[in-house]
Unconditional design. Sequence first.
Length: 553
Amino acid sequence: MSERIQKLSIRLLREQVEPADAVRAGVVITDWPKIEGSKIVLDTVGGGEPKWSKFLELSPEELAKLKNLSAMGVVFLKTAGRWFAVSFGMGHIKLDPAKFEQDFGLRVVLNSVDPKLLKSADVRTPDENTLSRRSQTSRGSDQTAFAIDVERDIVRGLAGKPKNANFATRVAGSDGLTMDRKLNIAELTTACADAYQMYQKIDYRTSFGWIDQIKHVREDKTLKALRALLVIKVDVSLKAKNPDGLHLAYPVIYDPEKGNQIQYKGFRSQLRFADLDITGYFEALMERGKSAFADGDLDSHSIHEVDEEGRDCGGKWPLLECLATEVEHDGHIFVLSGGRWYQIDKSLAKDVVEFFDKTPRVALPPAEAGENEEKYNERQKDSNPDLLCLDRKLIVPSGWNTTLEACDFLTKSKELIHVKDKTSSSRLSHLFNQGTVSGRVLILDAAARDKVRDKITDVETETGQSGFLNAMPAATEAFHASDFTVVYAVISTGKIAKLPFFSLLTFRQAARDLQVAGFKYAFAWIEKPEDAGEKKKRGDKKAAGVAAVLEAA
């Protein structure tokens, strides 16, 4: 039989998993004599009318012309002591993702691809507001073309041209591996064996060694411990009705144009939500009278895209695949993203913490119990003559169609102070970004500085303060960034400034960007006493956490 270029989609079954256990319910597997010991699934999917046909009110004759049918096939074969699934058409939808090795395709690509001939990268930046993006180039490029932040980004998929054309002419991989390879059916087993051999290599460390700074955790013992910690964290947060440090994010790059609603299933909730958010999940649980969270809920609770009538119309994922958080265990920081646990390299964690610890500190007045950013800023405006409040004094920089806040407070010693509550990591990310964007505008847009000076004059007139206008050079004057210090100020309870790891990473990046622009930078921890409600929540969370740990032990 002649050889031709064939597109293969290969997945590696987990050890001890048999083909019959790797398919969804109702799928029929039969022996396939073409390859000794192999098995096959052949079927069609669909058969109904498309959903838009109802809107068009089509006649029976017109409906008869519209049938959604797709052919599919899956070949299971064993080589090198492992089972592989090779899917064709829509075959992958009949497979159970939990029964396959994670990152199999990604690892094959990392070991086989020419690092100068990458074509596509799928990247996730874990945070409360998890950023997922796919970057593609028109021709083969090195990794710098994809703007991957090696300290913050998790690479979930890569595509490119292999170094060895005999292995494949193109490879792409995440959990599954897609490869274009010249072969006939008799060589399908060899192709799987070659992919498995590539999977086991460590060649990636030469060009992609940084990928292990955020390393995928695979050890069963560690995974069980992390899962137990996650269950405790969700249970404690649910009881306290405070999901601080817990977030939900799509595990895939989704289509925002669908505009589907979200429904949390597995506990008979009928509530639907406009967006994916942990507070919505907690609301659905409490609406059904669920006040505790158990291990089984991670897999039995699921998230569905539904239409306005509550019918599934898009993606659906186990809760575990959508949870995002970070925990500390055995002296390491671990991050959960896309259903996978990642261990942060100790040297990276150490460097980031040391950078923050060495950051110059600025003393600011403490907040009062129950105060948020807005109330704190307003009180300082009325009571602190050394701080000129520019909170919500917005300007429109030249060429922009959006507004900008130069800072929350300006001092006569040229400190640009930006204030945020430590209520979520997304707020902190916004805080750090706000400082760098404001700094760039003040350097590059002379007209914007005059607009800021107008706001300073307005506030001085309102409050009776004076002398702050001299701190901001006019458009006709030289602006020296080195004269200014950008201060990031965080309001939170507690005596010790402790920020989430990825917030620390974002802070370090912002500080470095400011240094490059010529600014000095500093951090201020605005202490705030707990009010009675916060103290009770903290006590309840602590008691629940201790009880859960004792029970687990």
